[in-house]
Each structure stands twice: as C-alpha cells, then as structure tokens.
Design a protein around this ligand. Structure first.
Ligand code: DC
Length: 232
C-alpha cells in the first residue's frame, strides 16, 4: 500500500482515549497527507487563559483565548503547537490544561475563532493533496463535506486505561480510578455542552476500538479509504 496519496479530507472524531490521535497521525503519514490536531488548538487557547490567570469558564476568558497567537504545524511526523511563537507542545498536555480545556472550548466565540483557523488550514492542505483532521466536531461542524467521517469510540474503562498508560509513559503521576472519573466527567462536559456537543455526524462510520490495537484501527481506516476511492 506504500506510496498511496490521500485526496481530500478525512474527519476523525470521538472522545479521548479511543486511539484517535495516534491513528490519525499514522494514517496521514501512510497516505502522504497533512495532519491537524484541533484539540491541540483548544489546549493552546486554554494555556493562554491559564497564564493570564483568568477563570476558564467565565466570559472574561474569551478575549484572551480568541486573541491567543496559536499556530499549529501539519506535518504528521512532527506536529508542532506554538503560542505566540513559543513551543507549547508539552505544556498543553499537562493536568492544568487538561482540567480546564472543556470549559474554554465551551465558549461559542472561542469555537468560532478556532473553527475559522481550522477551515483555513484544511482548505490549504486539501488544495495541495489531503489532510486527516481529528477532533470532536470535525464531521458535524468544521468539515461537514468531508468524503470520509469516522467516529471512534471505546468503553470508558478502556479509554481511562489508555490515558493512564500515556500519562505514565510521559512521566506524570497516575491513578486509574481518578483517571476513570476524569474521563467520565470530560465525556459529560463534551457531550452535554450547548455548543457543538460531541456526537457522530449522521453520515459518519462508527468504529469501536475497545478490542483493537493501533494496527487494527489503522487497517480499518485504510479499508474505508480504499472503499471510498480516496487515495491514488
Ligand atoms: O483531543 P484532546 O483531548 O486534545 O482535546 C482537548 C479538549 O478540546 C477536549 O476536552 C474537547 C475539546 N475539543 C473540542 O471541543 N473540539 C475539537 N474539535 C477538539 C477538541
């Protein structure tokens, strides 16, 4: 399958811990495509809010989040995230940002701003070939015309276990029970919010990754790409 090139946009949505990020990056690499991690943009906006010592859920946080100089690189081999030129790729994965990001991403004006930036990036990358975009609202809001939309799911226990492994590998202190509570809380916030709640697009393919390893997820995604004739 080497040498295949994606044409157009693939939208990958779903909650955290479904293997979405790794699968999206690998898929983009495999298909010679660009890769966009929209969650990293919400995380960078959240970091700007926390650095300004603002309450993430207050409307007072909105101007700071909207004006934050967020720049993301779309190379799947080395994705980058910058805030006013500073590399924040590591800091945005820390517990402070993770705990506040749902609140910041629930502000409609923040979403409008980031969705605008995301569409610009997608437009440019799609004109040059293809792009794999991961997030929560890509199939429903950001790129509703994407020719392939996949909604990844997995049981909350499996997702908490994966998040726990990830944190441990990154050298962060972990505790599976509290990770499970945090995963459930974030699911509730992301699915229950008024603006762009997490849900599959009507025409999305749902892929349950509970029993799949990375190769299994990648294989299923590549099969869908082939089925739709999206790669040359
Ligand atoms: O994928 P992630 O865990 O890095 O995403 C961080 C948060 O950002 C997540 O809690 C929900 C939010 N998010 C969003 O609201 N819309 C997106 N397209 C991507 C992420």
């Amino acid at each position: 399958m080497g040498g295949q090139r994606l044409r157009g946009v693939i939208a990958l949505d779903g909650p955290s811990g479904t293997g979405k990020s790794t699968a999206a990056r690998r898929l983009a690499e495999r298909l010679g495509a660009a890769y966009l991690d929209t969650g990293a943009m919400y995380r960078a906006a959240t970091l700007a809010v926390l650095r300004a010592e603002l309450d993430p859920s207050s409307p007072a946080a909105v101007p700071t989040a909207v004006a934050a100089g967020i720049a993301v690189g779309t190379d799947p081999v080395r994705p980058t995230v910058r805030l006013a030129g500073e590399d924040v790729a590591e800091e945005i994965r820390g517990p402070e940002v993770t705990g506040a990001v749902s609140a910041v991403s629930a502000h409609q004006q923040v979403r409008d701003r980031l969705v605008g930036l995301q569409r610009d990036i997608i437009h440019e990358a799609a004109a040059a070939g293809g792009i794999v975009v991961e997030g929560r609202d890509i199939g429903t809001v950001v790129a509703p015309d994407a020719p392939l939309k996949v909604y990844l799911t997995a049981s909350d226990r499996v997702r908490a276990g994966r998040r726990d492994d990830q944190d441990r590998r990154a050298g962060r202190t972990t505790d599976l029970a509290s990770t499970l509570v945090a995963v459930r809380r974030r699911d509730e916030l992301d699915s229950g919010r008024a603006v762009s709640p997490l849900r599959p697009a009507a025409d999305a393919v749902t892929l349950d990754t509970s029993e799949l390893d990375l190769d299994g997820v990648l294989g299923a995604l590549l099969a869908l790409v082939a089925e739709r004739g999206l790669a040359d």
